[in-house]
Design a protein around this ligand. Structure first.
Ligand code: ADP
Ligand code: MG
Length: 559
């Protein structure tokens, strides 16, 4: 027998990292800007606790394209690195300086918002560059250094003459990756991944009206007014909002702030959201965010503006499946949690304890919000019901916890535009709409026009008729029938209503015997008896001399 150890050498692991670590080449920019952000946040932390003597100032991150030189520069004014630190953090693949920092400063740094932790992000640069340079000067007195690597495990490290603190990363973009030298492409990536990152990111400059300049209006001798042109100034084009609404306290935000943040998230959405839910929890997991209820259409497929998942203000994905309960994926907004494990498979995610807790926390918060909206302003809630019922009904069907909580706010509208809670509904019908076994019979219609005469007949008897027309309501009825005691649903035009509901009095015929026979014969001719049932004067209303019904079993067969 021979024993041995598998030999993992840098030579063979390096191309693997380069090629397969991330499937998407574009994320290199997210990783490098995350590192620049971390470097700046670390400096902020060290100056705050007095471990660094430099002036923190108002640092920013700059992204610059050098099209001719085929280079992309990412420049920060953060903590920088000494020669030893480059050896340790850069040359040791999979050693995370971010993690080390968090361990070293423990409690004091846990809210610093440091992003990195796998120690692999930097190497994603080699997915798009065949050579990478780092020119960096530490915030300490150590001399600046220049590191160069062409993607092989060999590198060079020498002193440099960089004067200002911070790091510049230079990517020599490889052949085939030239898209990353295009202005439009880089701007697109910055907007996608970095729009809400905490340190200002400059990408080029832009012209704006000088705020300190007021154009003068002069009158000529004919009294004609002319206003001079506004003075323009050139300013940095900052692509991000470093303080997005979800990172603030709900008490510091007004309704209009939530609305304008919605617009910021979805610039192409012109419809206002119905209401929002601000999520904010730090134990047993960390999660912030804002969810919005948009107006729902019946078409569940049309949805491109999805909930976005962030980690420490870095965009991760808009596929929140498994993290947000399925029925809430129809909502919009952001959630930000550093505690969601990434770079792992979806099925693992669903089994993860923290993720399960997050999902049920979100469900609970949404239910609480709906309850308080209902309690605080029922009239307004009723108005919104049609726009939100799909989400609520779907949630009642798919999440047992939500089903229980929904008793407090789920509404059952009648054909007359009244809105009952389930409890109110049963109170309203229990006197009249019970069957022989004292089970309550809830009548419903799905189409007011088509079922008009049946609705009228039922109303004439003093019955309440619900109008239930959403696509999933038949499933919800089944769920209610099995979960609630002593109730059953019956369609207002079902054949057995009159057998079901206990009757006090019988109607007096308004047709003569001769008329009845004639009508009976005529109906037998025109209505196929294998499909429908005909009852003469089945209803004691004045409206209809006869009624055609389809047996309940036939109808269910069709569905
Ligand atoms: P991670 O960010 O997960 O720690 P990376 O591979 O992205 O791993 O980066 C490795 C380490 O290199 C960082 O933790 C940090 O110590 C150092 N580093 C990378 N970029 C910079 C930068 N712009 N300024 C200072 N240090 C940096
Ligand atoms: Mg990193």
């Amino acid at each position: 027998m021979t024993k041995g150890s598998i030999n993992v050498s840098v030579e063979n692991i390096f191309p693997l990292i380069k090629k397969f670590l991330y499937s998407d080449h574009e994320i290199f920019l997210r990783e490098l800007i995350s590192n620049a952000t971390d470097a700046t946040l670390k400096l902020k932390h060290l100056t705050t606790i007095g471990e660094s003597k430099v002036d923190y100032g108002a640092p920013k991150i700059e992204v610059k394209i050098d099209k001719e030189g085929k280079k992309l520069h990412i420049i920060d004014q953060g903590i920088g690195m000494t020669a030893e630190e480059v050896e340790k953090y850069i040359n040791e693949v999979a050693f995370s300086g971010a993690e080390e920092f968090l361990n070293k400063y423990e409690d004091s740094a846990k809210d610093a918002g440091i992003i990195g932790h796998f120690g692999l992000g930097f190497y994603s640069a080699f997915m798009v560059a065949d050579k990478v340079e780092i020119i960096t000067k530490s915030h300490t007195d150590a001399p600046a250094v220049h590191w160069t690597c062409d993607g092989s495990p060999e590198f060079t490290l020498e002193e440099a003459d960089k004067k200002d603190r911070g790091t510049e990363i230079i990517l020599h973009i490889s052949e085939g990756e030239e898209e990353f030298l295009e202005d439009g492409r880089i701007r697109e990536l910055l907007t996608k991944y970095n729009k809400f990152m905490p340190i200002p990111i400059k990408f080029g400059t832009k012209e704006i009206n000088d705020p300190d300049f007021t154009p003068k209006t002069t009158k000529d001798k004919d009294g004609k007014e002319t206003t001079e042109p506004h003075k323009k100034i050139t300013v940095d084009d900052i692509i991000n909002n470093p303080n997005p609404a979800w990172t603030k306290q709900p008490a510091d935000l007004e309704d209009k702030d939530y609305k304008s943040f919605y617009r910021e998230l979805y610039p192409m959405q012109f419809e206002e959201p119905l209401f929002h839910i601000h999520l904010n929890v730090d134990y047993p997991f960390n999660l912030t965010g804002i969810l919005y209820f948009p107006k729902m259409t019946n078409d569940l497929n049309i949805q491109k503006d999805k909930i976005q998942l962030y980690q420490n203000q870095v965009f991760v994905t808009d596929n929140v499946e498994g993290i947000v309960p399925e029925f809430l994926t129809m909502l919009r907004g952001v959630i930000d949690s550093p505690d969601i494990p990434l770079n792992v498979s979806r099925s693992y995610l669903q089994a993860d304890g923290a993720v399960k807790k997050i999902s049920s926390y979100i469900t609970r918060k949404v239910a609480d919000k709906l309850k308080s909206l209902f309690n605080n302003n029922r009239e307004d809630f009723e108005k919104k019901w049609d726009d939100i019922k799909i989400v609520i009904e779907y949630g009642m069907l798919s999440e047992e916890k939500f089903f229980e909580k929904a008793d407090a706010f789920a509404l059952y509208p009648t054909v007359d535009g009244k809105y009952y809670t389930f409890e109110e509904l049963t109170n309203a019908i229990k006197a009249k709409q019970t069957d022989k076994d004292d089970k309550m019979v809830i009548l419903y219609a799905s189409n007011k026009d088509e079922q008009h005469s049946y609705i009228q007949a039922a109303k004439d008897k003093g019955y309440e008729v619900l109008l239930l027309d959403s696509p999933i309501v038949s499933h919800l009825m089944q769920k209610l029938e099995t979960s609630k005691e002593n109730i059953s649903f019956a369609r207002v035009d079902a054949d057995h209503i009159d057998n079901l509901i206990k009757k006090e009095d019988t109607a007096i015929s308004k047709l003569s015997d001769e008329e009845k026979t004639k009508l009976d014969e005529l109906l037998k001719e025109v209505v196929p008896s294998e499909k429908f049932m005909v009852q003469l004067e089945a209803m004691d209303s004045n409206a209809s001399p006869f009624m055609i019904t389809q047996p309940e079993f036939m109808r269910r067969m069709k569905e």
